[in-house]
Design a binder for this molecule. Sequence first.
Ligand code: MIC
Ligand code: SF4
Length: 643
Amino acid sequence: MGKNVVQKILDPHIVEGKPIPGQEVAIRIDQTLTQDATGTMAYLQFEAMGLDAVRAELSVSYVDHNTIQVGFENADDHRYLQTVAAKYGIVYSRAGNGICHQVHLERFGRPGKTLLGSDSHTPTGGGVGMFAVGAGGLDVAVAMGGGPFYVTYPKVCLVRLTGQLQPWVSAKDVILKMLEIFSTKGNVGWVMEYGGPGAATLSVPERATITNMGAEMGVTTSVFPSDEETRRFLKAQGREDQWVEIVPDPDAAYDKVVDLDLRAIEPLAAYPHSPGNIKPVRELAGMAVNQVEIGSCTNSSYKDMITVAHILKGQHAHPSVSFAVAPGSRQVLQMLAREGALGDLLDAGARIMESACGFCIGNSQSPQTTAVSLRTSNRNFEGRSGTKDAQVYLVSPETAAAAVITGEFTDPRDLDMPYPKVDMPEAFLIDDSMFILPEQADKDVAIYRGPNIGDPPRNDALPADIVGAITIKVGDKITTDHIIPAGARMKYRSNVPKYAEFVFENVDPAFYQRAKATRDQGEYNLIVAGESYGQGSSREHAALCPMYLGVKAVVAKSFERIHIANLINFGIVPLTFKDEADYEKIAAGDAVEIPDIRGRLQRGEDLVLADKTQGIEIPLAYNFSDRQRDILLAGGTLNYVVS
Ligand code: MIC
Ligand code: SF4
């Protein structure tokens, strides 16, 4: 039987377990990446492991999230990251060099390699034929130390692309179409492999837009073949020697096949407050727009930016639209500057933002109250923009640019101009001077620790019984942005006791006080949730901060992949209902107990939640590998690997 692209990359990397969908395998990780907001904790954990140097082929530490330096915290964190990189042999990408995923694709992504990143959009690397996965910082720290990454061997869905995109329709519309088909839940354990004749018509940055936002479907990753188009991209990045062909065998098998005709896709938008709420742009036409933000790791490539600059050449931003552009990398920004496109954007009234995450994570450019904001980013969760009642729509750069001109939602096909078809450059501008490349680890480097940097907290071993209260009961599709907000709060990422004050801040502001009170009485907090708990970001703080507040178990209808791994890593037991209808029987505030949880997990026996307030027992389900069970018994991965 022939192999598909996923099997061709993944199978040679398996170091433990069998390539059987649904079973846990351990894979060797070739490359790692971190960004500053998750990186500080990842490196503190790496330090706790006591190694002399990183052992992955390549590890890169990017600074792109917390680049707004209000107060000392972020600048201190940058310095910490720079000194850690020098000490352990990690490439350091300085603030200003760009967004991790865009920069990694440009300068380091290599077909056939595995990449583990402490950011959920790491699958961007799938655009260049990598098996690129997002994970919590602790998993990345283990991989930096040469340890394997444990992942469920995926089921593979072939997305067979035919035809070619129509003018004014672009890669963002393709992935929004995929989200319309697959939604944001129910895809855990799958990988999307794109193929078919239509794949060849998409350039690498377009492919990367599609694999990037696969994260919103909750799949493990998404991947394109490595073909002539990939070779062209790598050649233009001065890296043709790193190209290898990876295409599926003619008789490759898949667990599912879906056909997608690129010709039939039209401009789409994700409407508030989920990337899975899809509507055609034409149905929204005429709605007044207050803000347009173009950038983020989804749509900030050279091609995206030049397309926008061409559309806006000779035009001006509508007076009612606040308009900003954040090119994804310094390479993109330098090329825009040299080619004059930056001037066109400025002429059109664009506010040019730093090459960083910026508006996407809500640490700048929060829109006005109740604003309609059009963004080319990947997440429109409620409040993520920094304005709780803003209405954020996710659109393509073409649709965003059309609204800049007209001041209202406009199907870009209705603009009275020819579509500016942009060809990929023969050669990108290569200037790696904002990387600090350590020749090798230098153990004598002194690590800088500002007052914002604390020790990573550890959990206690799993107790015999969990006795406590249901401190909060939440519904379906709770994202990690709900659990622990980013934006203005993100500067406390290295300071868990402080950051923990904001757990569930936007859902239930009294959670922190209640949780602390339960913890201080020597009891545990439990969370009850609906479907798809922990969607979105990879931030392990969504487990770490609740852990710090004494959360010991989450009982949900279902979990998302990265978050469930983070809960286990920090010794919080993720459990599901045997009968989902039992969700209704529990109330917030109930006094509960999971009796003999330690013994029963050790013996592989069934668990129950005894709800003492309601006087009922609720049967619980779990599905842990032996390794995961041992981690939970130890009270988390750090306790498990460093005893
Ligand atoms: C995001 O887009 O939500 C983030 C911020 O990039 C996160 C990482 C983080 O919370 O630091 C992600 O996607 O994993
Ligand atoms: Fe940065 Fe936004 Fe991409 Fe997250 S989704 S890495 S915040 S640009």
